[in-house]
Design a protein around this ligand. Structure first.
Ligand code: CDP
Ligand code: MG
Length: 618
C-alpha cells in the first residue's frame, strides 16, 4: 500500500467493536488526574516543558492525525495503526491517549521487542512530558524497571508483559495495551496478541440481558496494534544492549559512524544519520528442531529481506528536516531475489520458555489461536524439553516443579538448575553462574589479536572442572575488585583480564533481582557449598540434562538426548581435554556443531539423575 510520510493509515477491526463508548472509557468520564488530560503545550502543566520539544512534537507527521486517532481508538476495541518509521507512532500515540483521558485510571502499556528501545523511548517520552523516567512515564524490561505509583505510560518489552500475565491474567492494571513493532512478529508479541484477544472477550463482554456487568468487573481493554508500513527484518539480540553515545549530538567537525546490527533497522531513532551503507546481510536466530526433540538455536548470516532493505534505507535522514542516502552493497537483481518479508519468530525459535509460561496460565500451544501456527516439531521439542526438566508430567500437565521454575525470569534450564541448587545447598554459587549466563553478552572477550594474552589472563580463573566453575571464580574475583575499586578501576581490571565489564555489571544486576525473587519465596540465597564444586555441578546438570554429551572412542562427544556429534568450542577451558561426559550451555553451529560453556561431569553424577535412569536406551 502507498503510505507517504505525512499519511497515517488507521484501520478498524469491526470484529471487536461490540462495546464502543463504555462508561468510564469515553471522553466525558471524570478525569482522575487533570494534569494528564491537558493538551500538550496548552496548559500551565506544560509550561515547564521544553518549548523546542513541544514544537518538535507538533511537527511530526502524526500530529495532524491526533484527534482522528484518539477518536478511532475510543470507538473501537482493537485499532491497527500503520505509519512509516519516524512518523511519531511510538512516542506520540501513548501521549495522545494520556492527554485525552481515554485511558481512564488505568495504565497504558507500550510493548517493544527490545529492551534498549523500551528504555530509550521511556526517556524520550518522559522528557516530552517534562518529567523524569520512572514518574509519569516509566519502563519495565527483564531485570530492570523504572516505575512508580504515578506511572501511567509504561514502555515494556513484550516478554515482560507476557510475564505479567502470569500474576495478572487479565492485565487488570492496564486500560490500553499498545502492541508496537507488531510487524516484527516476535514470539512474545504473537503470544501477547493471542492472549489479548481472550482478555478482551472477558473484559469487554457486553452487559448481558439481565443488566449484569461483565464477570471481571474491570474496565474494558483497548488494544492498539502499531506497525511500520512494511514488515521489518528480524533483529539480532546482540547490541553494543555503548548505545547511549549514539543518541548524543555529533561534536562539530566530527562525523558519527555507527556500525549497527539489525537492531538499528527499526524502533530506535539515531539523530544525525545522513548516509546508510547496507550490506544486504543479517544474522538470524533460528531453531533447528531435531527428530529426537533436541534441536538448538543457530545464529547464521543470511540475506536480508526486501522490507529490511527498505527499513535500512529509511534510517538515513529520519529526522524532521533531514534527507539522506543509502548505498546498497548489492545489485538490483539480488534485491529482487530477496524474500519480501521474514518468517515470524514463532516459526523459528525455541518455544520452551513460552510454553512453560502458557502452561502456568492453563493454556496449551496446540489450542491457542495464533496468527501463524508454530511448527509441530518445535512444539513437540518444547514439550519434551519441559518433560525432561521435570516441569511437565507425562500427561503434559504442569508439575509443582514447573510452577516453581516459572517464577524465575530465567530460561527453563537455568531455572531448573537454580531450583536444584536450593535442594543441594549451593544457591549462592548457582545464582552467580546463572546470572552471568543470562547476561546479554559473553563474559570472555574473544580477541583474535591477543589470543595468547587473553588465554594467559584466563588461566588465573581456571577451574579444573571447566567453564562453569571458572565463571564462578571470575565473579568472586570481580566482587573483590568491586569492593575496593572505583567504576573506572573495575573497568581497568576487566580490560587487563580480557573480561567483558558490561557482562559482569549486568550479571550483578541480574543476580540482585534473582536474590529478590528468592527472598520473596523464602529461599535463603546466601546458602553456599564453599569450595566444594560437587553440588554445583550436580545442580547445573539437572538444568542441562538436554545439554549433556558422552565421549566416544574416536574422541568426539555424542549428545545424550539427541543424535548430534559435538566438539568442544575452542574458547572453552576444556577445549583440548578428553573427559567422560560434558554439560554445555549452548551449541553453536558454524563449521561444526560446537558445545560452548562446557564442564566435565563424572558419570556417577549422571547416574543419579532420574531422567537418565529412565532412559534405558542410553
Ligand atoms: O514510532 P515511529 O517510528 O512512527 O516514530 P517515533 O519513534 O515516535 O519517533 C518520532 C520522532 O521522535 C523521531 O523522528 C525522532 O525525531 C524523535 N525521537 C527521538 O528524538 N528520540 C527517541 N528516542 C525516539 C524518537
Ligand atoms: Mg515506532
Amino acid at each position: 500500500m502507498d503510505v507517504s510520510d505525512d499519511e497515517l493509515e488507521v484501520r478498524r477491526s469491526k470484529k471487536h467493536t461490540a462495546t464502543p463508548n463504555k462508561p468510564g472509557n469515553g471522553p466525558d468520564h471524570p478525569r482522575k488526574k487533570p494534569r494528564l488530560s491537558a493538551p500538550a503545550g496548552s496548559s500551565s502543566s506544560s509550561s515547564s516543558k521544553d518549548a523546542s520539544i513541544q514544537k518538535q512534537r507538533k511537527e511530526l507527521p502524526i500530529y495532524t492525525g491526533k484527534d482522528a486517532i484518539v477518536d478511532v481508538i475510543r470507538e473501537n476495541d482493537v485499532t491497527v495503526l500503520i505509519g512509516e518509521t519516524g512518523s511519531g507512532k511510538t512516542t506520540q500515540v501513548p501521549q495522545y491517549l494520556l492527554e485525552s483521558g481515554l485511558a481512564g485510571s488505568g495504565m497504558i502499556a507500550v510493548t517493544q521487542p527490545r529492551k534498549v528501545a523500551a528504555t530509550s523511548l521511556a526517556a524520550r517520552v518522559a522528557a516530552e512530558q517534562g518529567t523524569s523516567v520512572g514518574g509519569l512515564v516509566g519502563y519495565s524490561v527483564r531485570f530492570d524497571e523504572a516505575a512508580s505509583p504515578e506511572t501511567r505510560v509504561k514502555y515494556v518489552t513484550d516478554g515482560m508483559l507476557v510475564r505479567e500475565l502470569l500474576g495478572d491474567p487479565l492485565l487488570s492494571r492496564y486500560s490500553v495495551i499498545v502492541v508496537d513493532e507488531a510487524h516484527e512478529r516476535t514470539l512474545r508479541t504473537d503470544l501477547l496478541i493471542a492472549n489479548l484477544k481472550t482478555i478482551q472477550q472477558i473484559r469487554n463482554a457486553p452487559v448481558d440481558a439481565k443488566g449484569k456487568a461483565s464477570a471481571a468487573k474491570l474496565s474494558p481493554l483497548k488494544v492498539v496494534i502499531m506497525s511500520a508500513t512494511l514488515e521489518a527484518e528480524k533483529f539480532s539480540k546482540f547490541y553494543d544492549n555503548q548505545q547511549s553515545k549514539i543518541f548524543s549530538p555529533t561534536p562539530s567537525g566530527m562525523r558519527k559512524c555507527i556500525l549497527a546490527t539489525n537492531i538499528a533497522e527499526t524502533s530506535i531513532t539515531i539523530p544525525g544519520i545522513k548516509y546508510v551503507i547496507d550490506t544486504g546481510k543479517c544474522k538470524e536466530k533460528r531453531y533447528v528442531a531435531r527428530q529426537a526433540g533436541s534441536g538448538f538455536d543457530t545464529l547464521l548470516t543470511r540475506d536480508i529481506t526486501q522490507s529490511s532493505a527498505v527499513q535500512r534505507a529509511g534510517r538515513a535522514g529520519r529526522e524532521v528536516s533531514g534527507s539522506g542516502y543509502c548505498f546498497r552493497l548489492y545489485t538490483e537483481e539480488s534485491f529482487n531475489k530477496m524474500p519480501v518479508t521474514a518468517e515470524p519468530e514463532i516459526r523459528r525459535v525455541t518455544l520452551t520458555s513460552s510454553m512453560l509460561q502458557l502452561k502456568c496460565l492453563g493454556q496449551d500451544f496446540e489450542e491457542i489461536e495464533f496468527m501463524d501456527k508454530p511448527d509441530e516439531e518445535s512444539v513437540a521439542a518444547a514439550l519434551k524439553t519441559l518433560f525432561l526438566l521435570g516441569a511437565l508430567d507425562n500427561h503434559k500437565n504442569l508439575t509443582p516443579l514447573g510452577r516453581q521454575m516459572a517464577v524465575f525470569p530465567l530460561e527453563p534450564p537455568l531455572a531448573r538448575a537454580l531450583v536444584a541448587a536450593v535442594e543441594f545447598g549451593c544457591t549462592a554459587e548457582v545464582l552467580s553462574i546463572v546470572s552471568v549466563l543470562s547476561a546479554s553478552s559473553h563474559l570472555f572477550v574473544d580477541n583474535t589479536e591477543a589470543r595468547d594474552a587473553a588465554a594467559d589472563a584466563r588461566r588465573k580463573f581456571r577451574h579444573l572442572s571447566g567453564d562453569h566453575l571458572t565463571v564462578l571464580n571470575v565473579v568472586r574475583a570481580y566482587e573483590d575488585v568491586a569492593a575496593s575499586e572505583s567504576k573506572a578501576g573495575r573497568r581497568d581490571w576487566c580490560r587487563k583480564m580480557y573480561l567483558n565489564d558490561r557482562c559482569l555489571a549486568e550479571a550483578m544486576n541480574i543476580r540482585a533481582q534473582l536474590r529478590d525473587v528468592c527472598t520473596r519465596l523464602n529461599i535463603d540465597w546466601r546458602v553456599s557449598a564453599g569450595d566444594n564444586e560437587t553440588p554445583v555441578l550436580k545442580a547445573l546438570l539437572r538444568g542441562l540434562v538436554l545439554n549433556t554429551a558422552f565421549l566416544r572412542p574416536d574422541g568426539s562427544y555424542k549428545q545424550a538426548m539427541g543424535p548430534s556429534l559435538v566438539k568442544i568450542h575452542p574458547s572453552s577451558s576444556l577445549a583440548d581435554k578428553k573427559v567422560q561426559a560434558i554439560i554445555y550451555n549452548e551449541l553453536v553451529y558454524t563449521t561444526h556443531v560446537y558445545a560452548r560453556g562446557v564442564s566435565a561431569i563424572p558419570r556417577s553424577f549422571i547416574a543419579e539423575v532420574p531422567v537418565f535412569i529412565q532412559r534405558t536406551a542410553l
